[in-house]
Design a protein around this ligand. Structure first.
Ligand code: HEC
Ligand code: HEC
Ligand code: HEC
Ligand code: HEC
Ligand code: HEC
Ligand code: HEC
Length: 435
């Protein structure tokens, strides 16, 4: 297959390239991609189709070989083209490869870059905005309703026949036939029917149970986003503070997703990805391409460094979302709870260092490439934490309101037992969390 492809490559153009494109691809990635890409200028020129296009300018393959192996000697020898291209690229010297690559290696590379196989582009999935339990519970509901209707139909049929049998001594022919048919069928399939009914019932119970348990539980929910934004690369590798982007968390009810103009504060300058961290199934080009999407959404003309005014809204898929009847306030937790939540979290997770309060609820977001729900965010989860987390008594507000109670408890039960947890200040009252 590969051989076929390679020979096709050779026929498709005039230049005789006889290398192995597959090997060439690996060699190209290891030796050249720091400075060259296939289809855009980096430090050096783009190299896709280079042999063919230079051939058209009257530059031979042999010249390219000499250039790559030892461009310095070629320039010193007074070669016109070598000196021109060197000037054009601001006299940045390219590495010498005469001790690195064999002639065959270079032939392989040139075979690859001259006519690289088309990359199969992944089509971006449309952003998922539906929460996963919404369609799950939809299927379960439809299943349950159909089973119910089926059972009812069977029941009515039987009832009618039994009634007929009891009231009429003599049945007309049709009814007689039906009664016989049903009783014969029943006799034949008695055991099967019993088994099936038990199975259906079990299934139905499981459905109902799973449905109730599953409401609103989205732990692990991890949708694709319109721009592949990695928290690991931003908050982890580059140590950008959560609150630089989610500034609302400390001051308001909602944390908010930053607008693209926040991204542009950095990404006017950071136009491509050059980090060392690369996920196994991704490439640097992939990340760079995602950065370009910001420009597309916000309408930034990179070449002329100005906004075009052609904006498109970016539709981030929402991950955490409480039902409307729940009141949750970030700043209440991030500010008032900052000290105690962190202390309590550290007690339970002794070896997990925590620097920001966010982790107690959202997990180690700074190690996630895609944000994933770290807890199930149910009422039980909120309440559990309120039952076990002490209120910060060094907080002026709390000290003023609960200081007396605290002293009284301390006198009665000793300092260590005088804990005031969130539930003691009303953290379990329905009205605090429900409108
Ligand atoms: C350190 C950066 C760097 C690396 C690594 C590098 N190049 Fe280059 N290359 C350049 C630069 C810069 C130029 C432009 C001329 C100059 O300034 O020297 C160039 C020019 C070229 C040209 C000439 C293009 C033309 O239009 O004449 C070819 C061909 C080329 N490189 C191939 C390769 C191949 C193949 C590899 C890998 C084996 C490679 N380069 C690795 C920086 C690099
Ligand atoms: C450079 C900006 C930036 C930084 C820094 C950042 N985030 Fe985000 N955050 C985003 C963007 C953009 C999204 C929406 C896309 C996504 O979900 O990945 C988001 C989404 C989230 C979500 C999911 C929101 C939802 O839809 O429910 C959580 C939780 C979150 N961030 C927490 C954090 C935490 C915790 C930190 C610090 C460790 C942090 N973020 C640092 C930009 C940032
Ligand atoms: C405080 C500066 C800063 C802000 C603000 C910022 N970024 Fe980045 N971003 C970076 C850095 C640093 C890198 C890594 C660059 C590198 O290593 O070459 C990066 C890389 C990226 C990448 C490629 C890696 C990846 O995560 O997929 C994308 C895409 C990206 N940013 C999108 C965004 C978006 C969208 C926003 C706004 C919500 C944003 N950035 C806000 C600094 C920032
Ligand atoms: C006490 C638990 C808790 C803590 C601590 C917490 N969050 Fe949240 N976060 C939530 C809940 C619950 C939601 C869902 C809120 C909703 O849907 O109304 C949420 C939602 C979010 C969202 C989605 C947008 C929104 O506000 O609905 C982002 C972004 C976010 N949190 C970031 C953060 C950051 C950054 C921190 C740390 C500064 C943080 N959170 C601390 C529980 C918490
Ligand atoms: C990680 C532990 C933790 C989790 C999880 C948590 N809380 Fe809290 N919550 C606290 C702490 C600590 C306080 C007390 C803050 C203070 O000192 O005022 C608090 C206070 C509150 C209050 C104010 C109570 C009052 O009497 O003033 C409300 C309302 C509240 N939380 C709602 C929620 C909801 C809704 C959830 C779930 C979505 C939740 N909390 C999850 C730790 C938590
Ligand atoms: C600490 C905050 C908190 C307190 C206090 C609280 N709830 Fe909830 N409640 C929630 C959250 C959060 C949800 C949504 C859970 C979900 O979406 O999975 C919820 C959901 C519910 C539901 C919907 C069914 C369900 O489980 O999803 C009912 C009914 C309810 N609460 C009743 C009450 C009653 C009655 C009280 C008082 C005894 C109360 N709640 C106290 C946070 C709270």
């Amino acid at each position: 297959m590969l051989a076929l492809f390679t020979s096709f490559t050779v026929f498709a153009q005039d230049v005789a390239l006889t290398g192995d494109a597959k090997k060439g691809e690996t060699l190209f990635k290891n030796n050249c991609t720091a400075c060259h890409a296939l289809d855009k200028k980096l430090i050096g020129p783009d190299l896709k189709g280079i042999v063919t296009s230079l051939e058209e300018e009257g530059v031979t393959k042999e010249w390219i070989h000499s250039w790559v192996m030892d461009n310095e000697s070629l320039r010193k020898s007074g070669d016109k083209r070598a000196n021109e291209i060197f000037k054009e690229y601001n006299e940045i010297p390219m590495n010498l490869f005469k001790d690195v690559l064999s002639d065959q290696d270079l032939e392989d590379i040139l075979t690859y870059v001259d006519n690289p196989p088309k990359e199969v582009k992944k089509v971006d999935a449309a952003p998922v905005v539906v929460k996963k339990d919404e369609y799950n519970s939809g299927y379960v509901t439809i299943g349950l309703i159909s089973i119910g209707i089926l059972l009812l139909i069977v029941l009515f049929k039987f009832r009618r026949l039994v009634k007929l049998k009891l009231t009429a001594n003599v049945l007309n022919e049709d009814d007689e036939k039906q009664v016989q048919l049903v009783s014969q069928l029943y006799a034949k399939t008695k055991q099967n029917i019993c088994g099936l009914t038990v199975l259906l019932l079990l299934f139905a119970f499981y459905g109902v149970w799973a449905w109730f348990m599953g409401i609103g539980v989205d732990k692990g929910y991890e949708p694709d986003q319109p721009i592949y934004f990695s928290h690991n690369i931003h908050a982890g590798v580059n140590k950008i503070d959560c609150q630089l982007c989610h500034s609302g968390a400390k001051y308001g009810k909602v944390s908010e997703i930053p607008s693209l103009s926040v991204c542009m504060n950095c990404h006017k300058a950071i136009v491509e990805y050059n980090g060392d961290y690369i996920e196994p199934d991704k490439t640097r080009d992939f990340y760079t391409n995602e950065i370009k999407k910001i420009y597309d959404y916000i309408g930034w003309d990179e070449a002329n460094q100005k906004y075009t005014g052609a904006q498109k809204p970016v539709k981030w898929a929402r991950i955490h979302n409480m039902p409307d009847f729940v009141f949750f306030n970030h700043s209440q937790h991030v500010v008032a709870g900052e000290k105690v939540i962190i202390e309590d979290f550290n007690k339970k997770n002794a070896n997990q260092k925590i620097d920001v309060v966010c982790k107690a609820c959202h997990g180690q977001v700074d190690t996630m490439d895609k944000v994933k729900m770290a807890n199930d965010f149910t009422m039980g989860w909120c309440v559990d934490c309120h039952r076990t987390t002490d209120v910060d008594m060094t907080n002026k507000y709390n000290a003023a309101y609960y200081g007396k109670l605290h002293e009284k408890l301390a006198k009665e039960y000793g300092q260590d037992n005088a804990k005031i947890t969130v539930d003691a200040i009303g953290g379990l009252e329905c009205g605090k969390c429900h409108y």
